[in-house]
Design a binder for this molecule. Sequence first.
Ligand code: PNS
Length: 161
Amino acid sequence: MRRAIYPGSFDPVTNGHLDIIQRGCKLFDEIIVAILVNPDKTPFFSVEERREILNGVLKDIEQGGCKVVVESFEGLLVQYAAERQANAIVRGIRAISDYEYELQMALMNRRLEPSLETVFMMPAEAYSYVSSRLVKEVFQLGGNIDGLVPPLVEQRMRGKK
Ligand code: PNS
């Protein structure tokens, strides 16, 4: 049983995240999408809302027999991964600019827990510029975010206005 953790803020989940989950499903039997509970950040959606949204959008995507569950976690990722007996951490890399930060985290996590592997995956080119931060910014300034996030996310964002 190969289980991976896909950690992140998912505030909100984008089509790029969903693309990575689908790709990860080809490599793992189970993916735990793990929302970081970060008391230092003021999020757009609460952790509970993000969990609900993720569960809602995951119902509609093809997962090819792999199990995808949504959870939230606090504290060290490696500790949470050990509790869940995960073999790997999945992270998406869009461009070289992501690489430096991701490499730093992967190596720190390896130092903390050498048995845990980090697997980097590339999303489809169409999502290579999509980030939760930019989606929020464009939305808040009245721009079109069609095709960047699932329709449910857009609907829930409109509900917040
Ligand atoms: O989507 P994000 O915000 O880029 O995700 C960052 C995340 C959640 C992967 C990272 O902040 C994290 O793992 N936080 C948990 C705390 C931790 O383990 N820190 C040490 C990482 S080297």
